[in-house]
Design a protein around this ligand. Structure first.
Ligand code: PRX
Length: 698
């Protein structure tokens, strides 16, 4: 790590055009980490596993751990595994709630809640949240949920989603939250994979002006599940429905007696003469939750996060990256359906006894100033959102921000989900932050559990567009190709076999290549639910001994990381991961379609859009009506976020002689390149004339 001279207000960097922003003095003064040198000293200290052991001991352990870390990242040496604090027992929900009650935070507000309408406001203290969690854990227990069982959650952003997650954690059940915007089919697949018997949902919710029927989607999902039952698995046996809307808004079309129960009725039925279930003391390596995410092939994978390590990563990253102090009010716009909602809405803040704003609505309803008004209303000190939201809100002009709010309480602005373009970064800094806040661009993944690369707000100078430097305990490395650096980093499925020995770990500071991580940090997902082989294959086979992130990056002279995007067949649409294979499989599910190939395309707001090339079956004409049908097919199969932006009908797809689709060419055409000379080597195509056809049909 090169030295950065914060005092001299300067960083020595290669790119003369990019500005460097030093941490504002008023932030450094009160920050946990006040200077680059302090960050660097802590970082060096974090290379010793005692660093995280010390932090872990600040939490309650029913049985203290004596072992800190054991792991193997090399398949050549045997099974890949990671174990932190292995022989200790603890409970994450206990540390989120009871530990705060014991520290006199019972009356502190855990969440300010704001619903879809700005008039729907509420708040809940740590004591009240604790009571609700204990009650709901009784409900779950009465339904037969036991330690190690999986519970599926499909809810909007109401306080009860956090209650449901923590109630699971309290009794040792594994929660699997499925984003409320996913389709019934996606929900069904996730239920089937996890074998959940209990599903928690709401009758519905308004997203902006639009009603969304969550319960109906659950009913449909249950029907799909019931068609695919296996020995010993009877599908969803209990569905708990939180009443968010009530009868006046949505008529429930279906109610299965014996299976479905209102949340409030279930609470009423608790037998108060019996003690509620005791806290289940979990081994540090027992699963806390699973969360599905898209990969480059096949169906989404259920990443499993465990108890001790995840708890420590969530708490530590939250404290330092958002520089959280006791009086702060933190606002994260993420939905609990994604990892950001798990780590930085639920677990990280609660483990720090924080007060957060929990927002059900969307940033553009009732108008585009919603978030800025909320920042003033709650005196928000840290705001965390995604570049796609920043870009979307930026379009409405500065007045929507400056004329409706002062945002004077803000100190820290966070960004997550995709690279933030310098223009959006500057707007976030100048307009939202009044040029007086620190921006933290946080790079991480569902798999990593918590933030991996970022600047700490009081300590590390920032460069717009760079996530900057590794967090404590994170050792990134850049794998570089021996031969040619000018080649596109993106893997093409025409690459015969990915050849490890063509790569080496760059020891120079300046480097460009594949981003890998060299050793385990506590929050790394330990496995893919039910498929450890796929876990090893996906993350540890590309470079033996390293965790492969799936991202490309450049490391500059100052050791700053600039993420350049996925190198595999994963799209990042509005910060959400979508596998090209999933969209393709939905498209070929349509009776008129023979083949499909999906690639990313640049999109001003979403970062990446979805560009689908399709060939129709013999005799079928690709017209507007079919286009609309295909979009709707994908929406039904996967959910609205996966809807293709462009459907490009083509008589055939560019293939190699061995029959593999050359996506490199398709990606370039989707990016707007329109002459054969710009498409690179096309000589390995079985039929090079396909390229002309593709360009002509654009
Ligand atoms: O490509 C990277 C991108 O999002 C991917 C992870 O997506 P997901 O698991 O859904 O988690 C998103 C929220 C943590 C990464 O592989 N990504 C995420 N954050 C950044 C980013 N790319 C660049 N800069 C970021 N700050």
């Amino acid at each position: 790590m090169p030295e950065v001279d914060v005092q001299s207000q300067e960083i020595h960097h290669q790119d003369q055009h990019s500005e460097v922003f030093n941490p504002p003095a008023h932030i450094s003064e009160r920050a946990w980490v006040k200077s680059y040198n302090e960050y660097k000293n802590n970082y060096d200290a974090s290379m010793d596993e005692q660093f995280y052991a010390g932090i872990a001991r600040e939490f309650h352990w029913e049985k203290p751990f004596t072992q800190i870390l054991d792991y193997n990242f090399s398949r050549k040496k045997g099974r890949v595994f990671v174990e932190w604090f292995k022989d200790g027992t603890t409970n994450v929900a206990y540390n989120c709630l009871d530990r705060n009650l014991n520290a006199n935070r019972g009356d502190k507000i855990a969440f300010f809640y704001e619903g879809n309408e700005p008039t729907e406001t509420n708040s809940i203290t740590y004591k009240q949240l604790h009571e609700q969690v204990v009650d709901f854990s009784s409900v779950l227990r009465n339904m037969g949920v036991r330690r190690g069982h999986c519970v599926a959650i499909y809810m909007p952003m109401v306080v009860e989603i956090v209650v449901a997650m923590l109630a699971c954690a309290r009794i040792g059940a594994i929660h699997s939250v499925v984003f409320g915007g996913f389709s019934a089919e996606s929900l069904a697949n996730r239920i089937l994979d996890s074998q959940a018997r209990v599903l928690i949902t709401t009758d519905g919710v308004f997203r902006g002006p639009k009603p969304v029927e969550l319960k109906k989607c659950c009913d449909d999902a249950c029907r799909i599940v019931n068609q695919q039952l296996t020995a010993g698995y009877n599908g969803i046996e209990k569905m708990v429905v939180y009443q968010r809307l009530g009868a006046e808004h949505l008529k429930l079309k279906e109610w299965v007696d014996g299976r479905d129960i209102w949340w409030h009725d279930a609470i009423k039925q608790i037998d108060r003469t019996i003690a509620p279930p005791a806290v289940e003391w979990m081994n540090a390596e027992d699963p806390l939750f699973m969360l599905y995410t898209s990969g480059s092939t096949g169906k989404p994978k259920g990443l499993v996060h465990t108890t001790g390590g995840y708890m420590v990563t969530a708490a530590t990253t939250f404290k330092y990256v958002f520089d959280y102090h006791d009086q702060d009010i933190y606002f994260c716009t993420a939905d609990c359906g994604w990892i950001t909602g798990h780590t930085y809405l639920c677990y990280g803040p609660l483990l720090n006894g924080a007060t957060s704003v929990l927002f059900e609505g969307i940033p553009t309803y009732p108008d585009e100033s919603r978030c800025w008004r909320m920042i003033d209303r709650y005196n928000v000190t840290q705001f965390y959102t995604a570049p796609t939201a920043i870009r979307a809100l930026m379009r409405f002009g500065d007045d929507k921000v400056t004329q409706t709010s002062t945002r004077n309480t803000l100190r820290i602005l966070g960004s997550v989900g995709e690279p933030i373009n310098p223009e959006a970064w500057m707007w976030y800094h100048r307009v939202v932050g009044n040029s007086n806040c620190a921006i933290v661009d946080t790079y991480w993944q569902t798999e990593t559990g918590g933030i991996m690369i970022t600047s700490q707000p009081g300590a590390v100078p920032t460069k717009p567009g760079s996530a900057s430097v590794p967090f404590y305990g994170v050792v990134p490395a850049v794998m570089r190709k021996k031969s040619d650096q000018s080649e596109d980093l993106v893997l093409d499925n025409t690459d015969e076999q990915f050849k490890q020995d063509e790569f080496y770990e760059e020891s120079q500071v300046e480097a460009e290549g594949y981003l890998v991580i060299k050793r385990p940090w506590p929050g790394l997902a330990r496995t893919i639910y039910g498929d450890h082989g796929r876990y090893e294959e996906t993350y540890f086979s590309m470079f033996d001994g390293y965790y492969a992130t799936g991202d490309g990056c450049r490391r500059d002279k100052d050791g700053y990381y600039w993420l350049t995007g996925r190198i595999d067949d994963v799209l990042n649409v509005s910060g959400h991961r979508i596998g090209t294979a999933e969209v393709e499989s939905a498209l070929v599910g349509h009776k008129s379609i023979a083949e499909a190939a999906v690639v990313p395309m640049p999109h001003e707001i979403k970062g990446q859009g979805i560009y689908a090339y399709v060939t129709t079956k013999e005799g079928i004409v690709g017209d507007e009506a079919l286009r609309a049908q295909l979009k709707s097919t994908v929406r039904v199969a996967l959910g609205p976020i996966a809807t293709p932006d462009v459907i490009h009908f083509t008589p055939s797809l560019p293939k190699t002689r061995s029959g593999k689709i050359m996506r490199r060419i398709l990606r370039k055409i989707a990016e707007g390149l329109d002459s054969v000379s710009q498409l690179g080597d096309v000589s390995t195509l079985a039929d090079p004339s396909v390229v002309d056809m593709l360009l002509k049909n654009k």
